[in-house]
Design a protein around this ligand. Structure first.
Ligand code: IPE
Ligand code: IPE
Ligand code: MG
Length: 239
C-alpha cells in the first residue's frame, strides 16, 4: 500500500487521538498506573513521528481532560510531572518543523507546567510543518462555555455585533482557532465515547474505535484507522 500518499489522497486535514487505556495496560502487566502513563508517553512519541511520516497536516492528542482532576492526587501529580518532562523534550523537536499548540484551560495547571507550555509553543511559533496539538486540561463543554463568555464580554463592550456571529466566527473563540475541523477521531482501549473531546470540532468526524490499549498502539494501528476512514461515505447531510 502507498501509505505515503494515503492521508493526502483521502483529504484528511485533522486527526484527533484519544490516548486511552494506560491504566488497563499497567494492570495487565502487574505494574502501577503511572508506568502505564510513561509507556503511553513512548507511544505518543512514536505516533507523532508516524503522523509526520504519513503527512498528517494537523493532529490533536487528548492528554488530560477537565474530568481527570477527579483521579487520586498521586496519579494527577505523576501525570503533571510527566507533562513537564515531555515539555522539555518538545523543545528539542524544533528540527521536525512542528507547530505546537496546547488546547485547554491553562489557569488550573501548575505554574511550572504552564511556563513550559508557553516556552514550547513560543519555540515553534515560526515553524511551518505539521500542527501538533495537545489537549491538556481540555474539556469540550468548558471550551464552548469559555467562548460564550468571551463573546458576551465583547458584546457588552460594544465590540461585537451578534448579527455577524456565525459558526466560523464562533469557532475563532475556541482553543482550535485557525485549525481545521476534525475529520477522524481514533480511540483505542475499547471505549466507545468522546469523553468531552473536541465536541464542536468533531461534530462531523468519522469515529474509529479500536480494542488495542494506547501503550500498544502502533503505526500499523494508525494506518488501519486511516484505511477504515477511507471506506466511509461522508455525506454531510447530502445524498
Ligand atoms: C488515558 O489512560 C490517560 C489519561 C486519561 C491521562 P487511562 O489512565 O484513562 O487508562 P484506563 O482507561 O484507566 O485504562
Ligand atoms: C479520556 O479518557 C481523556 C484522555 C484520554 C485524556 P478517560 O479515561 O479519562 O475517559 P473516560 O473516563 O473513560 O470517559
Ligand atoms: Mg481511561
Amino acid at each position: 500500500m502507498d501509505t505515503e500518499n494515503l492521508v493526502h489522497s483521502l483529504g484528511i486535514r485533522h486527526i484527533g487521538i484519544i490516548m486511552d487505556g494506560n491504566g488497563r495496560w499497567a494492570k495487565k502487566h502487574g505494574l502501577p498506573r503511572k508506568m502505564g502513563h510513561s509507556k503511553g508517553a513512548d507511544t505518543f512519541r512514536n505516533c507523532l513521528n508516524s503522523c509526520i511520516k504519513l503527512g498528517v497536516p494537523c493532529v490533536t492528542f487528548y492528554a488530560f481532560s477537565t474530568e481527570n482532576w477527579s483521579r487520586p492526587k498521586e496519579e494527577v501529580d505523576s501525570l503533571m510531572r510527566l507533562f513537564c518532562t515531555f515539555m522539555d523534550e518538545m523543545m528539542k523537536l524544533q528540527s521536525k518543523n512542528i507547530r505546537l499548540r496546547f488546547l485547554g484551560d491553562r489557569k488550573a495547571l501548575p505554574d511550572d507546567v504552564r511556563k513550559k507550555m508557553a516556552e514550547a509553543e513560543e519555540m515553534t511559533v515560526n515553524n511551518t510543518g505539521m500542527w501538533c496539538c495537545i489537549a491538556l486540561n481540555y474539556g469540550g463543554r468548558e471550551e464552548i462555555l469559555n467562548a460564550a463568555r468571551k463573546i458576551s464580554e465583547l458584546y457588552h463592550s460594544g465590540k461585537l455585533d451578534l448579527q455577524s456571529l456565525d459558526e466560523e466566527r464562533f469557532s475563532s473563540f475556541l482553543y482550535t482557532d485557525g485549525l481545521p475541523y476534525v475529520d477522524l477521531v481514533i480511540r483505542p482501549s475499547g471505549e466507545k465515547r468522546l469523553s468531552n473531546f473536541l465536541i464542536w470540532q468533531a461534530a462531523y468526524a468519522e469515529f474509529v474505535f479500536m480494542d488495542v490499549l494506547w501503550p500498544d498502539f502502533s503505526e500499523n494501528d494508525l494506518i488501519d484507522a486511516i484505511v477504515e476512514y477511507g471506506k466511509r461515505d461522508r455525506r454531510f447531510g447530502g445524498v
